[in-house]
Each structure stands twice: as C-alpha cells, then as structure tokens.
Design a protein around this ligand. Structure first.
Ligand code: PA5
Length: 447
C-alpha cells in the first residue's frame, strides 16, 4: 500500500536526529501501553483497534441508514453535536466535497451542523432555511447531556415534527449516543428513533471512525469503506510490532516532544488547500484537549496558506520564536488547471504559462518552508499522495495514535478533559440550573 509520508529533515537545524531517535524505547513502550491498555486513561483506548474491529455488518448498517435518508430526497442533513461529536464528520466531509457544493446540483444532501455553538442568530437563520428545504437529522452526544446540542435539538425536533408530523419526523431522526446512559438515550427510546451506539471505550475526539463520523460521511455520499481501510492500513503499519524506525506516528510524537523540550511550545498545522481547514480544527481539538493539562502541552494552532501568508505569515516569519509548523501537503490535486499564455502579458505572468496552478502552490509551499526554517521555525511535513477517503483514513489514525503516544511522553492522560467542566459549572450557576444554588450565590458575588 502507498502510505502517507513524514519528513522531519527541516527540524535538524534545531534538534538533532539522535535526540529524536533517543525516544525510541520510551515511545515503543507507550505504544505497547496503548495497545495493551495498560497506560493512563485505559478505559478509553477502544479507538486503538477500532479500524480493524469495525464489522462489515456495521458498515452496511451505516450505509443502509444513509441510503434510506437520502431516498427521502432531502436537500440537507443536519448533524447536531459539538466537539468530537461534530468535528470529525465536518473535517472529512469538507475535505472530500466540491468547494462550491452548496451552490451546485448534487446527488447527495448538503451536510449542515447545529449544536456546535449557542448563537441565537445561527439557530434562527438555520431554522428559517430549514422551513424552505427537505431535511433529516442526526443528533449526536456521547454523554447525552451536553447543553449545546441538547438545546439545538429541542428547537429542531419541534420544527421537524411540525413540518412532517410526528411519525415521519421520527423516521427522519437518527440518534447516536451511549448504549444506556444519558438523556438522549432515554429520549430516543421513548420516541423510537433509529439509534447507533458510541462505544464506551472511545472518547469523543477519537470517535470519527464510529457512527459519530461515519453516518454523516455516508449521507454526504463518500466511501466509508475506503476511509476505514485507510485507517486499518495505518493501524497495521504502526502496531506494537512495528519498530520506531518505520513507525510514523511514533516518529511524529518524538519530534514534537523534542521540539517542545527545546522551547517550541506552539505547533501550527499548515495546509495549502482550503478543503483541509476543518481537518485542522479536528486536529486542534484532538491535540489541545488531549495534551493541554497540568500546566503543560504544546498549543495547537492552524493556518490556511497561502491566504494566511498575507496575515499570520509575518508573525510566523519574525514573531516570537516559540513556533514550529507541521505542513499537511497533498502531492497531487484532483483537478487540472493550466495557466494560459497571454499575447499582451500585461500582468507579467507569461513566465508561468503552461504550468499547472498546483506547481505555483507547491513552490509557495517549498519557498515558505525554507523561509520559515531560516526564520527559526522548524518544519515537519506530512504528505498525503491524494486527498481521498483512503488517505484521510490513514491520516486520522496517524494523528490519533501519535496523540496517544505524545500525551504519554508528555506525562499526561490524553484521554480525559477535566478542564472543560469549569465553564459549564459557571454557565449553569449563572443560568440558575437546579442543583447549582450554592454556585449561583458564589458567582453572583463576583459580578
Ligand atoms: O473529546 C471529547 O470527549 C469532547 O470534546 C466531546 O466530544 C464533546 O464535549 C461533546 O460531548 P458529547 O458527545 O458527550 O456531547
């Protein structure tokens, strides 16, 4: 199989190859701890073997459910969820979709999201739009109690029931949640929705290869089997039997930890294709929520080049020298656009005539990498041969496994997120939620 590749030569001006390879034993141990489920957070390690454990029957069920929804001639499929219950599907669907899909004729419905914010304007405008469209929806929450999606679902559930009548509305709603716990599970049982289970041992941000991500990706018309196959191949190529020298996630985990030890505390994920914008958002959640704890962790940031070369490029070239970049590169674009010759050459671009636009993009990429390294920003490069389901599957598993190894190397539990509770406690206290009376009194004194 052709694999995504990893190149970290452009970090050697800052850290030595030997120092990277000195992580070999430690990271191989972490890999064993992940697969043998003996490390921190070992209740949440189901994702390590998820790709090879997805059955044909499960995939067929996702595909059949997607086909049934699409057969209702829906224009829009609304996915209600936040964090790990939103970003994986959004990342993959955006990466694979036509950039202007929303304005073109399509075979499959357009995927829209709700419950990923609490903006009144957003919800109002979405509800107005849905009045004029045919639609169905999935509501996704592992805990089944998260406020943002629960609030959005309360509104959209009433709307869909009003539009189609209760029985048909219930046939257009799929719930994806825990097998037994949470308000969403009991609500779904009462309403008789089609449901899928999020495995207990797979945390939100590691759940894209469960129904959380796969249903919406299938509804959008993409090949979930190829996506899973990519992840399976990466799982096999980075298992405990694969030595550090050949194990790409292990090497990525080592390089970023060594850079962090040497003062590079901000990692910027760079893309040169706007379709990857949400892949970077997914990656930011994966690494930020997994590693940012105990007052440590690399801060994950992202830029879209070349757009952001005309904004953030200045800071990256000459600002604080705490940065390193990981460039997500796609070797070959799907489409071909050649630059034409112009007889007058008034714009002075005839030196590019006959070249593909991607050649210009690639020279921007190479030139930027060299400039940033010269400016004190080490560069790692991850190359996908093409932007398709198979390589996205590889990439997802690559980043997930590297994140587990990297978190263990940093000494934290990469599978919990105790810090996200603080805002919820304050929000509930301010909203006077029953059970928060003491917190309400305390917080009001601070206002
Ligand atoms: O990674 C995580 O666990 C979180 O980001 C969750 O995905 C997010 O908070 C949403 O949680 P839930 O699916 O329980 O609504």
């Amino acid at each position: 199989m052709e694999k995504i590749s990893l190149n970290f030569n452009k970090t050697f001006d800052f850290i030595s190859k030997d120092s990277i390879f000195s992580y070999k034993e430690e990271i191989e141990n972490h890999n064993r701890a992940l697969f043998n489920k003996t490390g921190k957070g070992n209740d949440f390690l189901g994702w390590t073997t998820l790709p090879t454990s997805i059955t044909d029957a499960e995939l067929a069920d996702f595909e059949a459910t997607a086909a049934k929804l699409v057969a209702k001639n829906i224009d829009i499929f609304v996915v209600i969820g936040i964090g790990g219950s939103y970003l994986g599907a959004k990342a993959v669907v955006d990466a694979l979709s036509d950039s202007f899909a929303h304005l073109k004729e399509r075979k499959n419905p357009f995927i829209l999201f709700a419950g990923q914010n609490i903006s009144e304007d957003y919800l109002f405008e979405l509800r107005e739009l849905l009045k004029t469209k045919e639609y169905a929806m999935a509501v996704i929450s592992k805990s089944g109690t998260t406020t943002e999606p629960a609030l959005a679902f309360r509104l959209l559930k009433q709307d869909i029931e009003e539009k189609y009548g209760k029985a048909e509305a219930n046939d257009r709603i799929v719930a994806i949640t825990d097998a037994s716990k949470g308000a969403l599970r009991s609500l779904s049982t009462t309403e008789g929705y089609k449901t899928f289970v999020i495995p207990d041992d797979v945390g939100g941000r590691y759940s894209v290869l469960t129904p959380v991500g796969l249903l919406a990706i299938a509804v959008a018309g993409f090949d979930i089997r190829a996506l899973v196959k990519g992840a399976v191949d990466m799982q096999k190529a980075s298992g405990v039997d694969v030595p550090f020298e050949e194990n790409l996630p292990a090497q990525y985990a080592a390089v970023r930890n060594e850079l962090y030890k040497n003062g590079k505390s901000v990692e910027i994920l760079v893309n040169y294709n706007p379709k990857l914008h949400f892949l970077a958002e997914w990656w930011k959640q994966l690494y930020g929520e997994s590693e940012g704890k105990e007052n440590k962790g690399i801060f994950p940031a992202a830029v879209d080049f070349s757009s952001d070369l005309h904004s953030m490029g200045q800071y990256i070239q000459e600002g604080e020298r705490t940065l390193f970049e990981t460039v997500l590169s796609v070797a070959s674009p799907d489409r071909e656009v050649r630059i034409p010759t112009d007889a007058d050459d008034l714009d002075g671009l005839n030196f590019l005539a006959g070249k593909r636009v991607d050649e210009v993009n690639k020279m921007a990429e190479l030139g930027t990498m060299l400039a940033h390294v010269d400016g004190g920003v080490p560069n790692i490069q991850v190359v996908m041969p093409k932007l398709n389901e198979y390589y996205l599957g590889q990439l997802i598993y690559f980043f997930e496994l590297a994140c587990g190894m990297s978190g263990y190397t940093l000494g934290v539990n990469p599978f919990d997120q105790p810090g996200v509770e603080a805002y919820k406690k304050n929000m509930f206290a301010l909203l006077e939620k029953p059970g928060f009376e003491e917190a309400t009194k305390a917080i009001k004194k601070r206002l």
